[in-house]
Each structure stands twice: as structure tokens, then as C-alpha cells.
Design a protein around this ligand. Sequence first.
Ligand code: IMP
Length: 175
Amino acid sequence: MLIINDKTFRPFISADAIQTRIQELAGQINEAYADQKPLLVVVLNGAFLFAADLMKNLTIPCEITFIRVASYTATESTGQLKQILGLSESVANRHLIVIEDIVDTGLTISEVCEQLSAQNPASIAIATLLFKPAALKNKIDLHYVGFEIENQFVLGYGLDYDGLGRNTKDILVLE
Ligand code: IMP
């Protein structure tokens, strides 16, 4: 049990289950990308622990870089747009694996992939620790999914509520 501000969270996915699943995903990536020296593109902040544990289980040559997604309001009709910040190296002709903590509506990851695609990478795959299929707005191909979950608010293992709660080994869910 964890209380943050006015909210109570209870245990949901254990640290052991998370690590076991990450090892499985890493095994798939090791096979699929054996000769491709993939570039892991980590979407901060939420994916930092997932990315670290995933990368520790990769045995193939690979590189990592970190981006942030900043939301800004463009016009009333387009609403919030998202811009990638922090990508300093070229992704042209690279095999990219975008690492997300959670795909909820899918708007963040689709914008990120669209903006990366414009820079002509060799390929783009998505690895997300969590996926809420019920909340998805645009159809997207998710290549590596840790856990599909119901449309509930979760935190821990990198995910936050109001900036807090990222520092747990397991994932908790709002009561
Ligand atoms: P999307 O654009 O709706 O897919 O939102 C994705 C982002 O929203 C994630 O990268 C998280 O930062 C945040 N998010 C969505 N659902 C949750 C949740 O249940 N807990 C914590 N953060 C969440």
C-alpha cells in the first residue's frame, strides 16, 4: 500500500513479474536485431527504469539515447501538439526501438514515431512496458508489450502521480 497526497495505491504487478517479462522481451529483441545495432530511443521520464532493465538484458551491440516530449497548444483546432526535444544524433538509416513506459491514448507514441520517421530511419519499432488497449485512440503497431492492463491509473517503476511514486520496484494501481 502506498499513499501519495490524497490517493491510495495497492500492489498490482510485482517486481519479479516485471523482471521476468523484461527478460522475455529482451530475448525477442536479441534475436530480431542480432546484426542491426539498434538505437534505443527512450521517452523520458517514465521509461527510464524500464529502459535500463531492458538494456541490461540485451546481449547484442546496441546504443541508447533519450528524448523528452513537450506538449504545446498550437491552435484551437489542432489542440495539443507534441514536440521531440533532446535528439542530438542522427537517426537516419538506424534501426530504432522507441521505449515508452505506457501507451494510453497512443497520441504521444504516434507523434514521436511520426517525427522520427521524417528523419528516415531504417526501421522503427515500439517497446512499451504497459499498454491500455481500451484507451487507444489511433491504431498503432506495438511490437514489444510488457503487460496489457485495464483502463486504470498505475504508478511505480518509473511511472508517477504528480511527479511522485516513480521509485518503487513494483507497479501499483489506484484503489
Ligand atoms: P498517451 O499519449 O495518452 O498514450 O499517454 C502516454 C503518457 O501518459 C505516458 O508516457 C505516461 O507518462 C502518461 N500516463 C498514461 N497513463 C498513465 C498511468 O496510468 N500512470 C502514469 N502515467 C500515465
